[in-house]
Design a protein around this ligand. Structure first.
Ligand SMILES: Cc1cc2nc3c(=O)[nH]c(=O)nc-3n(C[C@H](O)[C@H](O)[C@H](O)COP(=O)(O)O)c2cc1C
Length: 202
């Protein structure tokens, strides 16, 4: 089977991509609107960029009507956002925040998710997330135009809040203690309980 993007519907291309690019890390992104309303939503077209400058990237795809998602609107308006990591224990809460609520709705309140202040940016973070990257907007790169187009948001990490309980003997975050999940296609997620180590060639 060979998929030709030129002759394949966008919705089908999306399915091929989300099922084949996986499992993907999930950025549970908290922002605050100019009016001060908190927003929280998951994004799995997400990854780190580099550590100098410490930076990460996620992709906000336009809504079916071509409109911008609230997270992107808030980030462009305020220049700040927080990426909360998602452990298995918060999977259901994370998915609950993916509903397309009105911009006036605070997902922390609506979904009963405890918030706590961030150290260096105004958006609150998820209190029970074991780690959060506090970010300032560096750049938005537009990819395409109209419905299905995306904005790649590149953020500089200005602080990383880590719960001491997930630190290992080497004082770095321990994968077992983090118990993070990843997104696969459709409604399928992956746990990270089946791990293995591999030496890199020197
Ligand atoms: C696990 C998961 C991952 C998601 N990843 C993305 C993504 O990478 N890009 C995107 O535009 N939407 C993604 N979504 C959909 C958004 O979460 C959804 O459109 C949400 O309503 C956006 O909220 P906002 O308008 O408050 O930003 C994802 C949803 C789920 C459940």
């Amino acid at each position: 089977m060979l998929i030709d993007p030129q002759t394949t519907r966008g919705a089908d291309l999306y399915q091929y991509m989300v099922r084949l690019i996986g499992p993907r890390p999930i950025a549970w992104i908290s922002t605050r609107s100019v009016e001060g309303v908190s927003n929280l939503a998951p994004y799995s077209f997400f990854n780190g960029v580099t550590s100098r400058p410490p930076s990460l990237v996620f992709s906000s795809v336009r809504k079916p009507d071509g409109g911008l998602k609230d997270s992107l609107t808030n980030i462009v308006a305020t220049g700040e956002f927080v990426v909360n990591v998602v452990p298995y224990s918060l999977a259901e809460s994370m998915v609950a925040t993916s509903r397309d609520w009105e911009a006036e709705i605070d997902e922390f309140e609506m979904c009963g998710i405890e918030a706590t202040p961030s150290a260096r940016v105004a958006p609150l973070r998820v209190a029970r997330s074991p780690a959060a990257f506090e970010c300032r907007l560096m750049q938005v790169v537009e990819v395409g135009s109209g419905p299905g187009a995306a904005s790649l948001v590149i953020g500089e990490i200005v602080a990383i809040a880590i719960d001491d309980s997930v630190l290992g003997a080497d004082n770095f975050p321990d994968p077992a203690a983090l118990d993070l999940i990843g997104r696969m296609g459709g409604n399928t997620y992956a746990r990270t309980t089946d791990r293995f180590d591999l030496e890199r060639p020197s």
